[in-house]
Every structure is written in structure tokens, then in C-alpha cells.
Design a protein around this ligand. Structure first.
Ligand code: GRE
Ligand code: ZN
Length: 251
């Protein structure tokens, strides 16, 4: 049988919960700039992304997860073809990238996870079509360390062991984790990329990337799972597009 909740493993995708196997609108997918349909979505608005938030950082056994303490000023997104306003829930990373662009897999992908404001929280929103909007940022290898990113890398090294799951605190400006050029992006309808793979997720993947060094990516590869084995990689395999259409807004 399948294991749900926290029992799943990346090496064991065949045994993920039923929707992961049977769903026809799953994520991630191979993005292709030639075959994507050009669409002129309006500009993408990010509110309260420039504020500095206190955050907790934790290894949840599947990823490094960042949870800001919003003190009432929750970052929100709207515009950019979204038909409603979404509030930020948390951020987490996949190494290597889950989405590929034109056949290329990047070393790191950030998921900035939002839920539709009309629902009370992420947990209830993920059960509705359009209830969740994920903004994905791809990182590209560079020779230099990204100095905006290094404080986070230092903290991730502290929480790399999942056994007794230490939490560390930091403070970050989330806009530092988003490319400056946000004009170009892919858009499609997909799913959470981890069990239970809930569908109805609106995906936005920026085409501009953020440069980070190999040394910085390497710190993520030191994370450990709940059975203390290496979480050397945490990306799900590419899923079939089926009847979906992928759109691109060109920058
Ligand atoms: C994940 O677990 O990887 C995930 C979420 C929420 C949205 C997208 C996603 O927890 O990939
Ligand atoms: Zn994710």
C-alpha cells in the first residue's frame, strides 16, 4: 500500500499516494519556450515583499522550509493573470530544480507558496481549484557566492540534521530571493510536487534566474531525512502535460 503524510520518500515515487499516480494535471513539467503560448498577462504585483521578516528555518525531512512571522503584514501577490489575491504561506527549496526549461535542469528551485486569501489558510485552500499559487524561482550556477543568499545558507547548515529537527531563526527580505526582472514567466495549472499532490495549483515560473555558487548549492545537499540518510536530491520526476496548455509571458 501507499504511505501518506510524512512516510514518503523521493526514491520511492511509485508508492506515493493515489492522486500522485493517477492525477492528469501533475507537477513538475518540462517547460518549453518554443511551444508555450505567448500571453500578455499584466504585470505581476508583489506587496510587502520588501519588508524584513523574522523567520524560522527548519529541515522538515523533505526540504529546508522558511516560515516568516508576518506580524500582520502578510506578503501578497496579484495581477499577472491571477484572478484573485494570494497570501504567502511559506518558502522551501528543491535541489536540483523540479521544472526544466528547454531541457535544462537548474541546480536549485525555490517555491514561494501562497494560498487564495478567501480561504483561511493553506491547509484548507489546497483542496480547491485555484486555491494555491506557487511562484518558482530558478537558480543558476555562478562562480561567485550570492551575498544576499549567504545568510540563509549559513542557517541551513545549522539545521541540516532532521533528528530532533532543530529550528533556527533569521530575518530576511523575501524580495532578495526573487529575480529583479519579473516580467517574463511561464504559467500553467498543476499540482503540489509532494504527496498528496493536490491539483488546482496555479504555477508561475520566472524565466530570469538568480546566480548562486556551487558551494552554496552544496550546503542544501547536506540535509538529512528523518531516518538520517542524506537528502542528496529532492526533486520529483517530470510529469506528463496531458491536455494542459503552457503559457509564457515574454520579458
Ligand atoms: C512541496 O511540498 O514541494 C510543495 C508544497 C506546496 C506547494 C508546492 C510544492 O508544499 O511543490
Ligand atoms: Zn515544492
Amino acid at each position: 500500500g501507499y504511505v501518506s503524510c510524512n512516510g514518503w520518500k523521493y526514491q520511492d515515487e511509485e508508492n506515493w499516494s493515489p492522486l500522485c499516480k493517477e492525477g492528469l494535471h501533475q507537477s513538475p513539467i518540462a517547460l518549453d519556450s518554443e511551444s508555450a503560448k505567448t500571453k500578455d498577462y499584466g504585470s505581476f504585483n508583489m506587496t510587502n515583499y520588501g519588508r524584513r521578516f523574522t523567520v524560522s528555518i527548519q529541515n522538515n525531512g523533505h526540504s529546508a522550509e522558511i516560515r516568516p512571522d508576518f506580524d500582520g503584514k502578510v506578503p501578497e501577490i496579484n495581477g499577472g493573470g491571477l484572478d484573485q489575491t494570494y497570501a504567502l504561506d511559506h518558502l522551501h527549496f528543491h535541489w536540483q530544480s523540479e521544472h526544466t526549461i528547454d531541457g535544462f535542469r537548474y541546480p536549485l528551485e525555490l517555491h514561494i507558496v501562497h494560498y487564495a486569501k478567501k480561504y483561511s489558510d493553506f491547509k484548507s485552500a489546497k483542496n480547491y481549484p485555484g486555491g494555491v499559487a506557487v511562484v518558482a524561482v530558478l537558480f543558476d550556477l555562478s562562480l561567485d557566492d550570492d551575498m544576499d543568499f549567504q545568510p540563509l545558507v549559513d542557517i541551513i547548515e545549522i539545521v541540516k540534521d532532521q533528528l530532533n529537527a532543530p529550528k533556527a531563526m533569521g530575518n530576511f527580505v523575501i524580495r532578495d530571493f526573487v529575480p529583479r526582472d519579473r516580467a517574463g514567466y511561464f504559467r500553467y495549472q498543476g499540482s503540489l510536487t509532494t504527496p498528496d499532490c493536490n491539483e488546482g495549483v496555479v504555477w508561475t515560473i520566472f524565466t530570469s534566474t538568480i546566480p548562486i555558487s556551487k558551494k552554496q548549492v552544496h550546503i542544501f545537499e547536506l540535509l538529512r531525512t528523518e531516518d538520517n540518510s542524506m537528502l542528496y536530491r529532492n526533486f520529483r520526476s517530470l510529469q506528463p502535460l496531458n491536455d494542459r496548455e503552457v503559457f509564457i509571458r515574454k520579458n
